[in-house]
Design a protein around this ligand. Structure first.
Ligand SMILES: Cc1ncc(COP(=O)(O)O)c(C=O)c1O
Length: 343
């Protein structure tokens, strides 16, 4: 079975498993795990931040960071298809009393003006006050789009002038970095808090990190424990993440190349299905409306031929390339799509 449902489906390589097996560990709740400590320092430095906090999931890293920026009853602004709004199951409201307002951006692409148009800092006794804005890079449901650095900079500077903070959901910031050539530290400049994932395209089995000032990370560490996510000899997982950054980051360009090949081949099957120029990283979103088959139907058909894809909307299907999907499988997937992408 070729699995293109997500870049989270990869399994650790033998070399990564060896690193996991030999990692020095300690009790991380006591701050005693040397491998976790080293990873937190390494990733914080990569993004130009003071400190990092290893988390089991990207959702937790997002939620911990957002709650350090926004008090209960205040709001965070976000794009309407962003992960923090649609795919964290109301966690910001449930756990932190945070309300949300959204703007909608084509392909999730950030325009600072559109985000700031909603901002209402210090809104007084009648309206909810905005205290932060969340952005996502790459934008998952937007089709893996890479946020323009100039818009991130403008948003950060104008938001700060208004007293607002910026949270960056950088689950796939690694893909953005490889695709755009913008350094991780440049991305880090335009966010007060960041979450990054090791378990997506980087290929670690689990793990994310929250990044910010030492003060915010210290506060988040307490909340992580309160949520029940204080972890013990978790250096075995931090070792996998560290290995992934060192040895697997550059491979993301292969995922991007294969996504582009899928997109151009699918465009040749039906031009309305996808515009390959919108595919910037490893996510290929298909619009099936004009073809007249639903995403669920396509998923069933493709599965019958040995290809798993994501059905994210009635007519929206998603294919995500990753390190366990090679050139041979790419050709096979294209052949399967030729057979199944028919009205
Ligand atoms: C953009 C984005 N942010 C955050 C997450 C959350 O990651 P996790 O599944 O580790 O909670 C995901 C997961 O797919 C994502 O795509």
């Amino acid at each position: 079975m070729i699995d293109l449902r997500s870049d989270t489906v990869t399994v650790p390589t033998d070399a990564m498993r060896e690193v996991i097996a030999s990692a020095p560990v300690g009790d991380d709740v006591y701050g005693d795990d040397p491998t976790v400590n080293a990873l937190e320092e390494r990733v914080a430095a990569l993004f130009g931040k003071e400190a990092g906090l290893f988390c089991p999931t990207g959702s937790l890293a997002n939620q911990l960071m957002m709650r350090t920026l926004v008090q209960p009853g205040q709001e965070i602004l976000a794009e309407s298809n962003s992960h923090v709004v649609r795919a964290e199951l109301g966690a910001a409201a449930t756990f932190s009393g945070i309300t949300t307002r959204t703007w909608t951006a084509k392909s999730g692409l950030l325009r600072a003006d559109e985000a700031l148009a909603l901002a209402a800092p210090n809104a007084g006794p009648y309206l909810v006050s905005t205290t932060a804005i969340a952005i996502e890079n790459t934008h998952n449901f937007g089709g893996g789009t890479v946020q323009p650095l100039d818009q991130m900079k403008e948003l950060y500077e104008r938001a700060h002038d208004m007293g607002l903070a910026i949270h960056l959901d950088g689950a796939r910031i690694w893909n953005a970095h490889v695709a755009s050539g913008v350094s991780l530290s440049d991305y880090g400049k335009y966010a007060d808090t960041i979450s990054v994932c090791f378990s997506k395209g980087l290929g670690a089995p689990i793990g994310s990190m929250a990044l910010s000032t030492r003060e915010r990370i210290d506060a988040a560490r307490i909340w992580r424990k309160r949520y029940g996510a204080g972890m013990r000899q978790v250096g075995i997982l931090a070792a996998a993440a560290d290995y992934a950054i060192t040895h697997q980051l550059a491979d993301l360009s292969d995922d991007h190349r294969r996504a582009q090949k899928l997109a151009t081949s699918i465009h040749a099957i039906g031009a309305s299905l996808i515009d390959p120029s919108t595919v910037a990283t490893n996510i290929v979103g298909l619009n099936l409306r004009t073809l007249g088959i639903t995403a669920a139907e396509l998923a069933v058909r493709a599965k019958g031929h040995g290809l798993l894809i994501g059905a994210l909307g009635p007519y929206f299907a998603r294919l995500v390339t990753h390190r366990d999907f090679d050139d041979v499988q790419c050709d096979q997937a294209i052949e399967i799509l030729k057979k199944t992408l028919v009205a």
